[in-house]
Design a binder for this molecule. Sequence first.
Ligand SMILES: C[S@@+](CC[C@H](N)C(=O)[O-])C[C@H]1O[C@@H](n2cnc3c(N)ncnc32)[C@H](O)[C@@H]1O
Length: 959
Amino acid sequence: MGKRGGKRQGRGGAGGGGRGGGQRSIRTDYSEVAKANVLYEQYYNELGLVEDSERDEFWTALRRDLPNSFRFTGSKGHALPVQQLLKDRYIPEITSIEHNGELVNPPNAISWFPNQLAWQMTTPKNVVRKFPPFASFQKFLVSETSVGNISRQEVVSMIPPLLMDVKPGMTVLDLCAAPGSKAAQLIEMVHGGEEARTRKVIRRIKMDQGQERSPDGRFTEEQMEEEEQIGDWSDDGRTTGLLIANDADYKRSHMLIHQMKRLNSPNLIVTNHDATMFPSIKLPSGPTREDGGTRNKYLKFDRILADVPCSGDGTCRKNINVWKDWNPGNALGLFSTQVRILVRALQMLKVGGRVVYSTCSMNPVENEAVVATAIDRCGGMSKVDIIDCSSALPELRGRQGLSDWKVMDKQGRIWPSWQAVEEEKTQNGEEGLGRLSEFMFPSTKREEAFSLDRCMRVYGHLQDTGAFFIAVLEKKIEIKTRPEAEPRKAEPEPTSIMDVVNEIEAKTTNGSDPLEKIEAADKIVPPQTDEYAEGVSAAARQNKENAPSTSITAVKREHDAETDAAMATKRLKSRDGIEVGDPAPQGEEDRQVHWPPPPAAQLDASRPETQNSLPSPAPPLGNNTKQFNKNKQPFEEPFKYLDPDQPDLQSIYEFYDLSPKFPRDRFMVRNALGHPSKTIYYTSALARAILTANASSGIKFVHCGVKVFVKQDVQSAEVCRWRIQSEGLPVLEAWVGEKRVVRLWKRSTLRTLLVEMFPKVDGDGWKGLGEIGERVRDVGMGCCVLRIEKGEGEDSFRWDHGPFFFPSKTHSVTLADFHPRSERMVLPLWRSLHSLNLMLPKEDRRAMLLRLYNEDTPLMDHSKDRFHNNSKPQSSADGKDEPDVVKDEPDAIKDEEEAVDADLNDEMAGKGEGDDGNTAAAATGKDVEMEIEENGAGDEEIDDDVRPDALKEEVDDGI
Ligand SMILES: C[S@@+](CC[C@H](N)C(=O)[O-])C[C@H]1O[C@@H](n2cnc3c(N)ncnc32)[C@H](O)[C@@H]1O
């Protein structure tokens, strides 16, 4: 789909890095842009995208404003209750609103989206924002969007993830993922059914221990059964799958992190690579070779999304600049990047796996031509098939892909075939034809022409949406990709030993001895042709095409000043036994080298390698001194896994009575020393394996892990200074022992805790805390887990027909969920010497008050009553935590309470990714916020699929 960012210029572009990042644009006055463009209309009319009788409707729809759309996010058990609130509380309200003398149309559910979790609304945004009767609906949208329960997403952009058929436990790659609307859908699918599985496992454990309480009220038995069918149980019900979300644009990859972090998945890794050269990811142990050594094993994916950068001309309903700026050169300039991304995706796919290719462009050069060329380069349709998904979403109205098309050159001339172009070149020269290639035209191969109609085209007039293109490809057997410069062939040549030998002879060995060559040959000769059909010579040729300056000798000549870095890269070579620039060994064919070596590689050379740590890219940290690499990007903090017996972890296990069944080898920190100084993260087992095995690969991992514990200034040495972080609660809570659990069942008590920050517990204060009063008086200081349960009586949370039932002021509201990010009705609580506090950011408190009580009561902060001094919590000069001291009581309480509050609000502001605030996220946090603000996340939509002007510039320049 189109590269986004229509409201702002300069977000980098195809190929990664891009130009012009960070420039501010002058906003377009949309009323002045005429919705007409001669070439745009002429080309699509001539292609005959729709029947003549439909043509008016087609263009009329493209000139109309796009309805607003949004999606309820999270697992099914999590998203459905918030959707229910829309149906029960807000739709009846909206249905009675009159605007300009007419009743407004309420939002309606998208018929083809499962479980009615996607909605759209034709009332213009500015009416919803400004017309008073919409105020409470607008508040709901803003509040739920800000806590991540609603995602504003264009309807057509929701289609590709649905067609990927992701099953829980799968390994999934999203190659062009920022800002993350589709990645969010994908991670939800990866986690499908996890909630019910974990619940069942815990119930079993508790029953074994004779501790089982009343059955959990979240699901009906029927729902439980349905959920339990899904996924594997190998990790106590936790999902074993993985999503790697990647984007080439550094800043946008941090927007992606910002969006994805709200989903709190330990099964997510974010990377920052050019997708055309996405690096192969090593797995920890490969099969044993005959000589006793181990063969490197690389991750292949079950599903890959290639939602590529495109001209985005299908977004003209919301990105009005398309009318002004459309020119045929845009698509021509993007074609080869799109093909490379798709070919790379197919290389990394498992046999039997799916790649979904999508764009928000209508141009066949970016769509069918890319699909046909990529399939051709992979050996044809016997290797890669196009799957007919026309009935996968029965209510979705789309059209077949084109089997035949013409191409418009950059001067606006329309060519029926490549032959015609060649004739013109012979007769009149190449002027204006330079960007055209044979591959942009329909292939003459009949099988391909037949199959391209299995692609899907969505047009605006069919269901009042933007336009979109989707192709679902399946890999039938292993492939050997043909270099892009070679003309089309009927069948690819089989890989021969001579290919391999020639390849090795041809490569720059940089003085490697013959033995090394032989070893390399040994690694790359395919023992089983089918299994390793991704031919080495083809892969190596492709490496060269895509990364022409990767040979060390060549680079060294050009970059004498870079000797140290080059040496680091050489050491990489000797450690892995693979030379930079080598054809990749068997099973590693897709490995790409990066120049200049990424920061991880540079620093790796100067530090001892430990088995479970990634190399530190950054010099010693402290005082928030930001370190930047050559490309002016801040260094990423390394990922270091903690020894399960590490003393801080031991204190955590003991204080929280954490079940021994909870995995203890997945706790990780992000600092060079591998010391738990401020934050402890948790990742899935596969994420751990990947981060560890690729420690010295130079792969740019920019995010992984859910914050589970944050260090807290405490008033007593008895108290565990690691509090559970709210986003880590879903991962941990079920495994926390009873001694740190508080149970609540009255609505009024929860309301008090939401409205009042730091209510008093000491003296008689606990008496004002209802059913939890005595428990919180006695529980002991530190962090607790607050469970909300069903109870009896008027003021209770009740379990009636499945979900909890809350009578609200005006409507009956069914709701199963309390905490916007939690899958269970559990919240983190902090008991200090004199008071109690729900550890929730203010935004979350407000969202819950609105959702559960239909109130926007102002919050009361009792700590402010008691301490008039607003100073920040103390920290030592080097930015590290204070030593463990017991302070004067009032000071200690003030510090503690303010620290909790400050941390929570920092989190809401997207700060503090790394331990010391020295990470890229922290460095760019403000920019990311600004960008999101500009795009309107929070109370406005992040425009999806909008083509930025920077990309256009690059396309115009032929990049
Ligand atoms: C259409 S947008 C992706 C939208 C995203 N899938 C979503 O649903 O939110 C295309 C993205 O591709 C990125 N991009 C451009 N060229 C790339 C490349 N060569 N490799 C990887 N990403 C690239 C852009 O930075 C942009 O974020």
